[in-house]
Design a protein around this ligand. Structure first.
Ligand code: ZN
Length: 360
């Protein structure tokens, strides 16, 4: 009889054992998938959360933010395509050498954690996972950077921003009278008249640098891309009008201003990568203020030069239709400075820049 026989018990044991294997495998697969999915979901939430934390602390990635936010910061930047070197350079530029050394040491100490994140061949493409690779935009927007900078003593570089204007030809006449070359950081413009004036400035031997064709701070400093668009429009306008490819530039509002605090490190890095040299100023005529007078402009320039710690002065003035007072003052400024033994020179990209400090 089969039931109760040795064969029966053999089959029974086999069935039970196989059954347990089947059930155990099923349970393992079921819970494996269930917890696997949950773990994945949790991980995504964690990444999203650390992205939020990082955005808050991105401006100030120093050790004060603490270990946790630093790690979030590096991971987020790495996820955005920055290399370890990019991050260290960025921190060095915005926060100084000490913070950069700290970042370097931190990344080095956590090498294994960051190993998968940093891809050494990734280019510096900017922030945000949707960032356009702006380094590839405007392939003609490049300059030839000098091998080295020179520093002349007791030299004044007069610079006129925002032109051309109805004052430009008068300024040219004054400069010609004293055989002085200056620099015009031009906004440009599409009209034939504007182009003609630009050509006259270039033909007279003055330097034309890029300023901003729109001069709308909110627009140009919204992102690196919008800055480059404006810069390229200005560059093209100057080149078409004069036949000269500008090599130097001045940022609208200066290289660091209230409108570009979040993007200036990337903008400056990109402009410099393209070979352009940018100039701020160390003396301002303050002629753009509404209450500027002959006396205020004259005193601002002369006192500014006198109180400088260096005898190289890059003087900010404006070539703008409503700044006629500048025209009436500039000749007297030239006379006074020539009397004091100063030489006037135009900027070119070999002149060592005077720029605002990155560190407040
Ligand atoms: Zn301007």
């Amino acid at each position: 009889m089969y039931f109760g026989s040795v064969k029966f018990f053999k089959h029974l044991i086999c069935t039970v054992v196989i059954g347990w294997f089947v059930i155990a495998t099923f349970l393992a697969v079921f819970f494996g998938i269930k917890y696997g999915l949950e773990a994945k979901k949790n991980k995504e939430l964690t990444v999203a959360a650390s992205a939020d934390v990082s955005q808050e602390t991105e401006e100030n990635p120093t050790e004060e933010n603490g270990k946790q936010s630093l790690e979030d910061y590096y991971l987020l930047m790495a996820a955005d395509g920055y290399t370890a070197d990019d991050i260290i350079n960025f921190i060095s530029t915005t926060e100084g050498e000490t913070a950069a050394k700290f970042a370097e040491a931190y990344i080095e100490a956590n090498k294994e954690k960051f190993a998968d994140m940093f891809k050494t061949e990734t280019a510096y493409t900017g922030q945000g996972s949707t960032a356009i690779e702006y380094t590839e935009l405007y392939p003609d927007l490049y300059a030839d950077p000098p091998a080295e900078f020179t520093e002349s003593e007791k030299t004044v570089y007069l610079t006129f921003d925002d032109g051309p204007s109805e004052n430009t030809l008068m300024i040219l006449d004054i400069l010609e009278k004293y055989d002085i070359k200056a620099t015009f950081f031009m906004s440009g413009g599409e009209s034939e008249y504007t182009k003609e004036i630009m050509k006259k400035v270039a033909d007279a031997g003055h330097t034309i640098g890029i300023h901003s064709i729109s001069h709308e701070y909110e627009v140009i400093y919204e992102s690196v891309e919008s800055f480059l668009e404006d810069m390229n429009n200005t560059y093209t306008c100057i080149y078409e009008a004069t036949g000269v490819r500008p090599q130097i530039m001045r940022f609208a509002g200066g290289s660091i201003n209230n409108y570009n605090r979040l993007v200036y490190p990337q903008i400056i890095a990109e402009v410099t990568r393209r070979g352009f040299v940018y100039y701020d100023w160390n003396v301002s005529g303050e002629d753009a203020t509404t209450h500027a007078t002959w006396t205020s402009i004259y005193n601002n320039v002369l006192n500014g030069i006198e109180s400088n710690s260096t005898d190289r002065a890059i003087v900010l003035l404006h070539d703008s239709g409503d700044k006629y007072t500048t025209v009436t003052t500039v000749e007297d400024i030239i006379i006074a400075l020539l009397d004091d033994g100063y030489t006037f020179a135009p900027l070119d990209n070999t002149v060592k820049p005077i720029t605002f400090s990155y560190v407040d």
